[in-house]
Design a protein around this ligand. Structure first.
Ligand code: SF4
Length: 220
């Protein structure tokens, strides 16, 4: 039996509950987290965020003014720290030089905002869409490596699918809803962390009876 994307969401939500994402207390923290999480585990991002917090520097205005070496030291646990420190300073500088605030930058259409974010150094599609969804509060579906892996295993979609193609495939089927997009992405992350790992833990997975990979592996 094929699981619709709506049913997929409901199954995940009934297992994991409403996840209230993104895990960040302020909009600055979410923007910073979206950069730090590139090629990093969330555990290591949390260490970098804790460093920034401990020096009262989890703030884009402060990051803009901070010395680069100090910022590198604080974000070091998230890996690629030189690159990430420079990206953070670049983004902070861009926002406050051109708009004076996050609100100023976000006061435009989703398409315009996405184009602008993607023009910034170090902002790829996943990072741009995370900022648009969780900071600007505009409905755009975020795709990440977990999404690709799960969609590939459950539905047989090629894991190398283009980011925007998969984003379109999912959002066309589930409609446009800010809350749903926020929580659906969080559910994918939770399933990816808890069960659908590189070596999956399928036995107790909430969607195993619908999953192609599991059926093939178990001969069901
Ligand atoms: S059944 Fe296994 S492969 Fe399928 S989604 Fe669950 S954990 Fe992933």
């Amino acid at each position: 039996m094929k699981l619709s994307y709506d049913q997929l969401y409901k199954k995940l939500r009934s297992r994991f509950g409403y996840l209230n994402w993104w895990p960040g207390e302020t909009r600055d923290e979410i923007v910073i987290g979206a950069i730090l999480t590139q090629q990093a585990t969330w555990k290591n991002v949390e260490k970098a965020i804790a460093n920034l917090k401990s020096e009262n520097a989890l703030d884009l205005r402060k990051i803009r003014r901070m010395g680069l070496r100090r910022l590198e030291r604080l974000v070091r646990p998230s890996g690629f720290y030189r690159q990430k420190a420079s990206r953070l300073k670049g983004i902070a500088s861009y926002i406050f030089t051109n708009y004076g605030s996050l609100d100023g930058m976000f006061d435009k259409s989703t398409a315009e905002l996405r184009k602008e974010l993607l023009s910034l150094n170090g902002v790829g599609r996943e990072t741009a869409d995370s900022i648009i969804l969780y900071v600007a509060n505009k409905p755009i579906f975020v795709v990440d490596a977990y999404t690709k892996r799960i969609m590939s295993r459950v539905y047989g979609i090629d894991e190398r699918i283009d980011y925007d193609e998969l984003r379109g495939l999912i959002s066309d089927k589930i409609g446009k809803s800010l809350d749903l997009y926020k929580d659906f992405h969080a559910q994918f992350v939770e399933l990816g962390k808890e069960h659908c790992r590189p070596r999956p833990l399928c036995e107790n997975c909430p969607i195993n009876e619908y999953c192609r990979y599991f059926k093939n592996a178990s001969g069901k």
